[in-house]
Design a protein around this ligand. Structure first.
Ligand SMILES: [Fe+2]
Length: 224
């Protein structure tokens, strides 16, 4: 894992001399950078073995227990790395891609916990090394919920980059509804506590599988 170790070394140097290194990690604009930035080495595979905190407790999922209402999914900053016109696809994972495979599933509901069919979900994220593809569409894609408001995304656990904890960006929109921009986070990541954008109401319910990780998150969005 020479490449991975090299990256960790580079990341340590980046953490020490913040912003001085632009080849291994993207420059973070003030729009998405939070402080304090990480000052310690971190396993960029995503969830380090000693901080992994998975749970099958789905009680935090919106509209999960027959609830008749739910609060709207919190909105978050778009950040500097959104690219319009992503391809329509629900599999962002590619053969040979570095990182831990993640299958994220869930539903999109309205505030009355009714499923929203044909809702747009546009995902984008950093790769396992914390780097965005700002020239192409790697780890970017949009899809639409089915008749039950269900969606499924196959991707990788994103890496961290200076100033941010692990996160997946997403835009969600009901047909003819307001476009919501947000971010999803991962449990058990130590950098969550120092990330000013982190919101525990946007945590994915996560568990290990024989083929990586399985995540769940339900969105609640306005339909007008
Ligand atoms: Fe980001």
């Amino acid at each position: 894992m020479k490449t991975r170790n090299s990256f960790i070394v580079i990341n340590i140097l980046c953490a020490i001399a913040l912003g001085a290194c632009s080849t291994a990690t993207p420059t973070v604009s003030p729009a998405e950078s939070t402080s304090p930035a990480p000052q310690t080495a971190t396993d960029n595979s995503g969830l380090s073995s000693n901080s992994q905190d998975t749970s099958t407790d789905t009680s935090s999922l919106a509209c999960n227990d027959g609830n008749k209402s739910a609060v709207l999914t919190p909105e978050e900053t778009e950040g500097p790395y959104f690219t319009a016109n992503s391809p329509e696809r629900d599999v962002l994972f590619e053969d040979g891609m570095n990182g831990i495979k993640l299958v994220l599933t869930g539903h999109v509901y309205n505030e009355n916990c009714q499923p929203v069919a044909n809702a747009l979900l546009d995902f984008w994220q950093a790769d396992a090394n914390g780097v965005y593809d700002n020239n192409g569409y790697t780890l970017r894609g949009h899809q639409y919920t089915d008749a039950n408001g269900y969606y499924e995304l196959t991707t990788v656990i994103p890496g961290i980059y200076p100033g941010r904890t692990e996160h997946i960006h997403v835009k969600v929109q009901a047909p003819n509804g307001k476009l919501i921009t947000s971010q999803l986070f991962f449990p058990g990541v130590s950098l969550n506590d120092s990330d000013g954008i982190f919101n525990e109401n946007l945590l994915i319910v996560l568990q290990e599988t024989s083929d990586g990780m399985q995540g769940q998150f339900n969105f609640v969005i306005p339909t007008q």
